[in-house]
Ligand binder design. Structure first.
Ligand code: UPG
Ligand code: 3PG
Length: 335
């Protein structure tokens, strides 16, 4: 009998991981600047921060991007905070730190805004003009400018790349307690399983739900945007269909610290993401759940402490079922 092989990544995903995963340090600042200048209009960069009540963090993120990526190294042409209906001083502090602040209702005012993050990302396309659009969450702490320069880098240096997601360690930091790789709970419990089973070509993304990604306007403008938290899963799946795996990439930018939502809020996020996936499965006729449409393997990632690289671990996803016990002869025959 042939020896049973351990479950493995799809060969095209293994190849993609080797060719389309980088670290921010792979592209030095001077090379990025030279590539931007050579690219002309195609190298213009808009950074967009969607923000709903992010008073504690938005100002510092804006200040760091302005100082490091607009003044010291002029990679970013436009920095816009799109206010998603904040009731705190988000808009005031973002403007004081040097961002252009746009309220979601000012963009396309004839269309009443839907609540949610995806809505403001969608509207941001109308409020910005860069050919490369870079989304950054406004609740990040200890913000590192490599979150922007790292993911914009491949778009500046390689015309074949269309969308780049950041990858990072995700500690879970609540009430002073830190669980080193405990963050990304919806990612691990909902999004990664859905993507692995139904869109196995996307199994190589370390942070498929991450809010830090950059893409060409020419791609974003032809994709639908789910208005809520389904936007990341929706864009990733639709970008795969639109441009293929090789036009997608990911860049390691270190560690991400952010404000964590509570379990019930994450439950609502998970439900939205699940619906977004169902909608796409239905639309592409993949809901029949025929065996060949579901790949029963799950790839998870850990950071290797020695090499500092993300390592993929692939596990079988079991779904063996036993029949009702009443149909088992030994059960029926027992006295
Ligand atoms: O109605 C909203 C909700 C959120 N945000 C902003 O969107 C960003 C991310 O929101 P957050 O609540 O911090 O999301 P997380 O709980 O961190 O969720 C993760 O997973 C989500 C689902 O994929 C992604 O949208 C997030 O970017 C990603 O960080 C922040 O700047 C928010 O202020 C809005 O602008 N409007
Ligand atoms: O991206 C996710 O999975 C959710 O936003 C939850 O993230 P957290 O567990 O780091 O809070």
């Amino acid at each position: 009998m042939p020896e049973e092989l351990p479950p493995a990544l799809l060969p095209e995903v293994a190849s993609w991981l080797r060719r389309r995963s980088w670290t921010a340090a792979d592209r030095p600042a001077a090379a990025l600047l030279a590539a931007k200048r050579a690219a002309g209009p195609a190298g213009t960069v808009s950074v967009v921060l969607p923000a709903l009540d992010e008073e504690p963090t938005v100002g510092e993120i804006v200040r760091v991007i302005r100082r490091e990526l607009m003044e010291r190294l002029p990679l970013v042409d436009e920095l816009v905070v799109v206010d998603s209906g904040s009731s705190d001083r988000t808009a005031e502090l973002a403007a004081a730190a040097g961002a252009r602040v746009v309220h979601r209702d000012e963009v396309l005012p004839q269309l009443p805004a839907a609540p949610g993050k995806g809505e403001v990302l969608w509207r941001s396309l109308l409020a910005t003009s860069g050919e490369i659009v870079c989304f950054i969450d406004a609740d990040l702490r200890e913000f590192d400018p490599a979150f922007v320069s790292g993911i914009v880098g491949p778009l500046l240096t390689d015309p074949a790349i269309q969308l780049v997601k950041a990858m990072y360690d995700r500690p879970l930091e609540t009430d002073g307690a830190v669980v080193p790789a405990g963050g990304g709970r919806v990612t691990e419990l909902v999004a990664r399983p859905l993507l692995n089973l139904h869109w196995p070509q996307l199994a190589g993304f370390v942070q498929p739900l991450g809010g830090e990604y950059a893409a060409r306007r020419s791609l974003l403008e032809r994709l639908p945007f789910p208005t809520g938290y389904g936007v990341e899963l929706g864009l990733l799946v639709d970008a795969l269909d639109a441009v293929g795996l090789d036009a997608l990439a990911q860049v390691d930018v270190g560690v991400r610290h952010h404000r964590h939502q509570d379990g019930q809020a994450l439950g609502r996020m998970a439900a939205t993401i699940y619906r977004t996936a169902l909608e796409r499965l239905d639309r592409t006729h993949r809901l029949k759940a025929e065996d060949d449409l579901v790949r029963p393997l799950l790839t998870q990632f850990t950071r290797d402490p020695a090499t500092r690289e993300f390592t993929a671990h692939t596990h079988p996803v079991g779904a063996l079922e036993r029949p009702p016990m009443a149909t088992v002869p030994e059960y029926r025959d027992r006295s």
